[in-house]
Design a protein around this ligand. Structure first.
Ligand code: NDP
Length: 293
């Protein structure tokens, strides 16, 4: 079994980005600038946004954090988005999800200018992705593509089973794995809660991408020898032995499954750090006007 070390790979990619930023600085070019909008006090969201801002600093980007109380109205949030859309210095921005219940999250996603949608959530970017046109790939799938690519894991002709069909992970991942491209050319099954016999599907899989949100859901009896496992899940389980009272686990029962797998991502330290790095890659692409010109 080989561990796919998302933390180490994300550090490598970040130093490549930092190198590019240094060259831009040396040539007096514009420095990439990412903004993040955070609404409310959800500890997980705060921690995600903090790590995004910290990563910006690490690679030399400029960053702006807009932190708003969860009493913000839809109109006020829309105004912030409109300002960010029109701010020429901002290359890309994200609105951290989830948003409070009184906010229409779909309307927020649709209000973001696709040219600045570095999370890749806007339907324009999704549609361009599906047609193989230049776009911002959604950050988590982009990170997974990078991992498969840089670890030279063959995907062509393989059978990939994606479990979970969210708009931000499972669905785009299923499209990307079937694209006519180096990471792609896979035969894809997209499984979800209505799939009749999930184990029958996963047992046929050469590659399993699990994005479900249920701790240790994929067990060793559900996978074949030599399978490649990409575990997207980030789940908190109670753990009294930890100071904070919980630990993070994936959707895959790591220890037993890793004994059968050829490659596997750990949680934490797998897909998570790559997601943040993808955001930086999209922001760099935006600042260089590589996607929309
Ligand atoms: P969602 O919560 O939006 O969707 C979960 C999916 O899992 C749904 O499609 C659902 O099916 C499916 N599902 C639920 N139960 C079953 C079951 N018993 N059998 C088969 N499929 C099932 O997923 P997200 O993609 O937003 O998140 C998934 C996980 O990934 C979470 O743990 C999340 O925290 C994590 N995550 C991690 C990221 C990272 O950077 N590492 C980024 C984003 C998410 P149905 O559609 O039928 O309801």
């Amino acid at each position: 079994m080989k561990l796919i070390d998302g933390k180490a790979l994300s550090e490598t990619i970040k130093s490549e980005i930092a190198e590019e930023v240094k060259k831009l600085k040396d040539r007096d070019k514009k420095i990439p600038h990412l903004a993040a909008v955070l609404v409310g006090n959800d500890p997980a969201s705060q921690s995600y946004v903090r790590s995004k801002v910290k990563s910006c600093e690490m690679v030399g980007f400029e960053s702006t954090l807009i932190n708003k109380d969860d009493s913000i109205t839809q109109e006020e949030l829309m105004e912030i988005i409109s300002d960010l859309n029109n701010d020429e210095d901002i290359d890309g921005f994200i609105v951290q999800l989830p948003l409070p219940k009184h906010i229409d999250a779909t309307a927020v996603t649709l209000a973001i200018d696709p040219k600045k949608d570095v999370d890749g959530f806007h339907p324009v970017n999704f549609g361009r992705m599906a047609q193989g046109l230049p776009c911002y790939l959604p950050a988590t799938p982009f990170g997974i593509v990078q991992m498969l690519d840089r670890y030279n894991i063959p995907t062509e002709g393989k059978h990939t089973v994606v479990v979970g069909r969210s708009n931000i992970v499972g669905k785009p991942m299923s499209i990307l794995m079937g694209m006519k491209s180096k990471v792609g050319n896979s035969t894809v099954t997209l499984a979800h809660s209505r799939t009749k016999d999930l184990a029958a599907e996963t047992l046929r899989a050469d590659i399993i991408i699990a994005a479900i949100g249920i701790p240790n859901f994929i067990t060793a009896d559900m996978v074949k020898e030599g399978v490649v496992i990409i575990d997207v899940g980030i789940n908190r389980v109670d753990d009294e032995s930890r100071k904070r009272g919980y630990r993070l686990v994936g959707d895959v029962d790591f220890e037993p499954v890793s004994k059968k797998a050829s490659f596997i991502t750990p949680v934490p330290g797998g897909v998570g750090p790559m997601t943040v790095t993808s955001l930086l890659m999209n922001t760099l692409m935006s600042s260089k006007k590589e996607v929309y010109g």
